[in-house]
Write a protein that binds this ligand. Structure first.
Ligand SMILES: Nc1ncnc2c1ncn2[C@@H]1O[C@H](COP(=O)(O)OP(=O)(O)OP(=O)(O)O)[C@@H](O)[C@H]1O
Ligand SMILES: [Mg+2]
Length: 317
């Protein structure tokens, strides 16, 4: 359904008036596919480019180079009318539902707004659909007349989800949808997302820095670091047999890895995305860096069936 091909997004930065122009390469040459009906999780530390990638996927951020193929069509090469239609097939759910909801609108109106923008619906149709959506996400009919400030964080995220599915999208891009919620509400919203995925046959790109969430929900996982995709594969393979030392260090930090291999200890800080070093982006923090890692950026290669890693010396048995 969705294919990213060598996707690159960079932002120009200028440090001073006379300094030379430099770029933040927020997303670097990312290639990734999301098959219809699947949930692909994307993990990585803060600033590694997850949200930038999400915005490029749903048509909000034109890539510097590379392609976003949605249903086989190059999204950013489509004429405006078709671009608009394609964008309606993909919706985004944000981390902070409050900033995504208009505080002055009643919730029913917020949920119906995408239908109003698309046009062709009567007032009654929109009202009925808004109620149907409220019930689907676990809210009540009477909630349609209340304002976002009357709701708790979890309820607001339910409203954000109702709005996102209003036009029956095929793909939902969920950017840290549960990261701002406390533990019990967190679990409820995760369950709601899993139920809707099943019931509506949706496809998800699920972004989170929380590995446990990604493990629970995803069929496949991608791991990003400094804009690059370091590893991808089936969730079970990536979590049980991580190939990249970076993935292993992420997992070791949160899960107890009980195999025989020595733990990976990450040293140092993440380099600035403006000064991404030559060679492997992770080389400055990797415990097994060799001279080749500093000179040559590893390609994302298939080391095991369906399991890819961008590392010269992956942790293969
Ligand atoms: N509009 C922009 N202009 C300049 N730099 C940007 C812009 N948007 C993002 N960046 C930079 O791109 C990099 C990636 O940011 P992004 O928000 O995609 O990361 P993220 O993985 O979503 O992080 P977080 O987990 O904190 O949400 C960061 O260094 C950020 O400062
Ligand atoms: Mg983000």
């Amino acid at each position: 359904m969705l294919k990213l091909q060598d996707l690159e997004v960079s932002f120009p930065v200028r440090a001073g008036l006379f300094s030379k122009r430099r770029c933040i390469r927020a997303v670097r040459q990312v290639s990734l596919s999301i098959p219809r009906g699947q949930i692909v999780g994307l993990v990585g530390e803060s600033g590694c480019g997850k949200s930038t990638l999400a915005r490029a996927v749903i048509g909000m951020q034109k890539p510097t180079s590379g392609q976003v193929l949605f249903e086989g069509e190059d999204l950013y090469a489509l004429p405006p009318a078709q671009f608009k239609t394609a964008r309606q097939g993909m919706q985004m759910v944000f981390q902070d539902p409050f900033s995504a909801l208009n505080p002055r609108f009643e919730v029913g109106r917020t949920i119906a707004e995408p239908m109003q923008i698309r046009g062709g619906y009567s007032k009654t149709e929109m009202e009925e659909r808004a109620v149907e959506l409220l019930l689907k996400v676990g809210l009540n009919e009477s909630d349609k007349n209340r304002h976002p400030s009357d709701f708790s964080g979890g309820q607001r995220q339910r409203i954000g989800i109702a709005r996102a599915i209003a036009l029956n999208p095929q793909l939902l891009v969920l950017d840290e949808p549960v990261s701002a919620l406390d533990v019990s509400v967190h679990a409820q919203i995760m369950n709601l997302l899993m139920d809707l995925h099943e019931e509506l046959g949706l496809t998800y790109l699920f972004i989170s820095h929380n590995l446990a969430d990604v493990k629970d929900i995803s069929h496949q996982v991608g791991v990003m670091y400094l804009g690059s995709l370091m590893e991808r594969g089936q969730t079970a393979s990536v979590f049980e047999q991580p190939l990249h030392p970076y993935t292993r260090s992420l997992l070791a930090a949160v899960l107890s890895l009980d195999d025989q291999r020595p733990p990976v200890i990450t040293k140092g800080d993440i380099p600035s995305p403006i000064e991404v070093p030559l060679g492997c982006p992770f080389a400055s923090r990797c415990p097994q860096t060799k001279p080749r890692c500093l000179q040559e950026q590893p390609q994302l290669l298939e080391w095991q069936p369906g399991h890819f890693a961008a590392c010269h010396f992956p942790l293969v048995n």
